[in-house]
Design a protein around this ligand. Structure first.
Ligand code: NAP
Length: 862
């Protein structure tokens, strides 16, 4: 009988070591580990090439789970070199007595799922077989080297080294003619070192890379101790920041900042060394081509300033991909080595390597004689390490076949048909853009919790559902599509390996967003998984449109306060700031005027599309903002777009806000604006017989109440009402107010607080002027369009109001927009599907007004 374990861990790097500790020492399970290497260390056991070092500061590039380990270990450099990182992992393994769990020098040949007994059968390269209930693939992202496939390789008589399989003895380059192929992070590190020793170095470069100054320094003894003693405060907030390292927050967009200020910022961030130029400059550097070009130009100028050999600087300047869309590299004197007489740079993009000969490399018919050849050509990244495990899931499904079109999984960590398997730092999990030790801890913690959750329920199986995989694929593909990453031929995109399908291999939302999604999945009881026989519903965030998730990531990165924690002034500033999310302002005619209210004249704007003759339908648009915030400035761009897209005269009134002006000030003003519109529409080429009242959020409620008041007052006569994600009833408890209690953007608590501020103790809760649901009858109201957003706490009350209207005989169209959120209508600049609101409004107006305007098209992807 093969030996049985509760857990088999594959890999003894950062991930495998921590996994053994968690499952064995915390859960008390029987754990067996395997690693093909001769000892612990994972990537740091294999990658022993000269110059190998981390490029996330040592104090951050370390486990965070143990105060004791962090206090006992000290780092000698700001960015530690490979021998020190390996020594650190050996120290951790010894401290926690982890080595005895592993068999080293042993590869996994296959792991096959047994769907009857719910165990994995694991076979090793030694021919040993064991079974395990749960399988933890901690095999890393960059552990399968890309094989060199150069013609004539076997003929070359010199020494050949691959950086990721470097010998365990020193390699001496003194006086030798060395060639290096590959200028990624690895190549850049190794070139810096070898250039100083070799007799002559020839660098064969296909693609130049963006490399930033590392800013490494050796740390004096007292500083080392201080860092270890203060690790907690140094690392505080790391997990809440993009990439898992505490950094200065970026500004939201480089497009809003003048050139001199941008340059000053780049200079300051450049001088810090490491990642700040990417993570602390502008939040849209990876999504806006213009902003990215600006940073890229800055880096290229820096390269040109360092490289003196004619023509070489240009060759070293990356131009074929946006900044940071291939993994950023970091350097100390990389660009300077090309000024040395013993270093040559050969462009093998223009003229690829032809073949290897006995004595060198031939490029463009010229032979470059070499004694040593180093391959730094990268890895079959992300999927390669898992596919190579020989995984066979339910019904004989092989991972290789399952992933032939790219990876498909749930949260990057689990797969349908491959139960009880957790892929630590798996493809599409937050890892490529997340400080790896923290990513690893997060994933292992999640896997441990999942196993505990399963066993606590007396179950022996946990498996992602197909539905969860579908949603995760939709999300990671959508997030990637919002970025510039697809413009690079990189391992991020699976594009570095010939024949590998390019696609979504990495999670491009922030690490913080990923953590929020996994936490929510846990909170709702392993939503998207089957545990035993119980299938848990999808977590709410899993339904969101990817652009909404992208926005959440950006707002988190800005440290944006939750609305319900904001003061009135902060709420107003935040709501006004959303106008940055609305894209460009359309060129329409805008008239600023006033309208009379009980409290005197108030501002109002009239928008009319340019170049349109004749009378146009008129829409009075009431802005949102929870009765306490919002303004005609904040809805200027959406009103311009409505007028332009749909051929309307749009009238946007400013109305009095609570708490300074509580109920009924807002409804009195907006009703007065409707009355003004009916009397003045013709002045602006508007057709008062086709007068429509509309509003978003609180403005939706004001629009609905205006329709009620117009009916009861006998005018103005309204042709329709349009309620966009309306707040209808401040007191109601609906399922959506529970499911989306935390938002995004608007939480139930914030909505309740705003409505309470509006009513301000007036005792008007049951007044139909506070909420139209309290009207004795809804009969006789104009046709109504209710546009609800699936992921909005206000969703159900809007839809319920639509049903009540229909019940009262009103012509109603109620449309729910999947994956969208409250306020999405006014965020067209960042949520492309905001356009769907406009499309539906256009179709509705055509029907109720009997016109046929040329229609805008839905956002791509619909
Ligand atoms: P890589 O980024 O994939 O770079 C491989 C290099 O080899 C590229 O310059 C590539 O050119 C070149 N190459 C591949 N095949 C070639 C061919 N047939 N002919 C000519 N050139 C060829 O791999 P890497 O540098 O090993 O880095 C992989 C990842 O490891 C990094 O992105 C990073 O995540 C990690 N890493 C981290 C550190 C650190 O400091 N923490 C250090 C090293 C590596 P093309 O670009 O034209 O394909």
């Amino acid at each position: 009988m093969p030996q049985h374990h509760d857990i088999v861990v594959i890999g003894a790097g950062f991930a495998g070591l921590y996994a053994v500790h968690k499952f064995r020492d915390e859960l008390g399970l029987s754990v067996k580990g395997f690693d093909a290497a001769g000892g612990v260390g994972g990537t740091w056991w294999w990658n022993r090439y000269p110059g190998a070092r981390c490029d996330i500061e040592s104090v951050h590039y370390a486990y965070s789970f143990s105060d004791e380990i962090q206090k006992r270990w000290t780092w000698s450099e700001r960015f530690a070199a490979q021998p020190e990182i390996l020594a650190y992992l050996e120290f951790v393994a010894d401290t926690l007595d982890l080595r005895r769990a592993f068999t080293f020098g042993t590869r996994i040949a296959s792991a096959v799922w047994d769907d009857e007994d719910h165990v994995w059968t694991v076979s090793t390269s030694d021919g040993d077989v064991c079974t395990t209930r749960f399988l933890i693939a901690a095999s890393g992202n960059l552990s399968i080297p890309k094989p060199p496939d150069f013609a004539g390789l076997e003929q070359f008589r010199g020494e050949v080294y691959t950086t990721s399989q470097w010998p365990h003895r020193p390699v001496d380059f003194t006086g030798k003619r060395v060639g290096i192929i590959g200028t990624g992070s690895t190549g850049i590190q190794v070139i810096q070192e070898v250039a100083k020793q070799a007799g002559h170095l020839t660098v064969f470069q296909r693609t130049p890379n963006f490399a930033l100054p590392l800013g490494n320094e050796s740390l004096p003894e007292e500083k080392r101790r201080w860092v270890a003693d203060h690790h907690a405060e140094i690392r505080a907030g790391a997990r809440e920041s993009f990439m898992g390292i505490p950094f200065e927050r970026p500004e939201i967009s480089g497009t809003l900042v003048p050139a001199e200020a941008r340059k000053a910022k780049y200079d300051r961030l450049w001088s810090k060394g490491g990642w700040p130029l990417l993570v602390s400059s502008y939040a849209d550097v990876l999504s806006s081509q213009a902003v990215n070009d600006d940073v890229a130009d800055y880096v290229r100028d820096k390269i040109r300033a360092r490289v003196t050999k004619p023509g070489v600087a240009d060759l070293l300047c990356p131009t074929d991909h946006p900044f940071a869309t291939k993994r950023l590299a970091f350097e100390t004197d990389y660009f300077d080595v090309f000024n040395r007489d013993n270093v040559d740079l050969i462009d093998v993009r223009a003229t690829p390597v032809e073949r290897l000969t006995e004595g060198g490399i031939v490029v463009g018919g010229v032979e470059y004689p070499l004694d040593v050849l180093i391959f730094a050509i990268g890895f079959d990244a992300a999927t390669g390490p898992l596919v190579h495990l020989g995984l066979v899931g339910r019904n004989g499904a092989t991972l290789a076949e399952r992933w032939k079109d790219g990876p498909r999984n749930y949260l990057g960590i689990a797969m349908h048909d491959f139960p009880n398997l957790f892929t630590i730092t798996g493809p599409t999990s937050a890892v490529a853009l997340y400080n790896n030790p923290l990513a690893i801890e997060d994933h292992v913690d999640l896997a441990t919790d999942a196993v505990r959750y399963t066993l606590d329920r007396g179950a022996d199986l946990i498996e992602a559902t197909e539905e969860a995989e579908d949603h995760w694929s939709r999300i990671v593909n959508g997030l990637l599509g919002l970025t510039l990453f697809p413009k690079a031929k990189s391992w991020y995109m699976g594009a570095n390996i010939e024949g590998k399908r390019t696609g979504t291999y990495i999670f491009t939302g922030s690490a913080q967003l990923y953590r929020q999604m996994t936490a929510e999945m846990q909170q709702v009881g392993y939503g998207g998984f089957v545990v035993g026989t119980r299938k848990a519903a999808l977590p709410p965030m899993m339904k969101l449109d990817p652009a909404v998730l992208g926005l959440m990531g950006v707002l988190q990165g800005q440290g944006t306060k939750a609305l319900h924690d904001c003061t009135v002034e902060e709420t107003r500033a935040l709501v006004d700031s959303f106008s940055m999310l609305q894209g460009d302002a359309r060129d329409v005619e805008v008239t600023a005027t006033t309208y009379p209210t009980a409290a005197g004249e108030r501002p109002l704007r009239v928008y009319r599309p340019k170049g349109r003759g004749g009378l146009l339908p008129v829409v009075v648009f009431c802005h949102g903002g929870g009765f306490i915030a919002g303004s005609i400035d904040a809805v200027d761009k959406p009103c311009r777009a409505l007028a332009d897209d749909l051929g309307l005269v749009v009238i946007a009134p400013s109305y009095r806000l609570a708490p300074e002006h509580p109920f009924p000030a807002a409804t009195d003003d907006t009703f007065a604006a409707v009355d003004w519109a009916a009397r003045n529409a013709a002045r602006f080429g508007g057709d008062a017989d086709r007068l429509v009242v509309a509003g978003e959020s609180a403005g939706g409620l004001l629009a609905a109440v205006a329709a009620l008041r117009a009916r009861d007052a006998g005018g103005p006569r309204l042709a329709a009402q349009i309620l966009i994600t309306p707040a209808i009833d401040g007191a109601v408890k609906t399922a959506s107010r529970v499911e989306y209690a935390e938002g995004p953007i608007l939480s139930t608590k914030a909505a309740e607080g705003m409505f309470a501020a509006y009513l301000a103790g007036t005792g008007a809760e049951m007044s139909p002027l506070a909420s139209p649901v309290h009207a004795t009858s809804l009969a006789g109201l104009p046709p109504c369009l209710v546009l609800s957003a699936e992921c909005d706490p206000m969703r159900d009350e809007g839809e319920d109001y639509a049903r009540r209207l229909a019940g009262a005989g009103v012509e109603v169209r109620s449309i729910r927009l999947d994956g969208l959120i409250h306020a999405a209508f006014s965020m067209a600049g960042v949520i492309p599907r905001a356009r769907d609101f406009t499309v539906e409004i256009g179709a509705f107006l055509d029907d109720v007004l009997g016109r046929a305007e040329p229609q805008p098209t839905r956002a791509a992807g619909e």
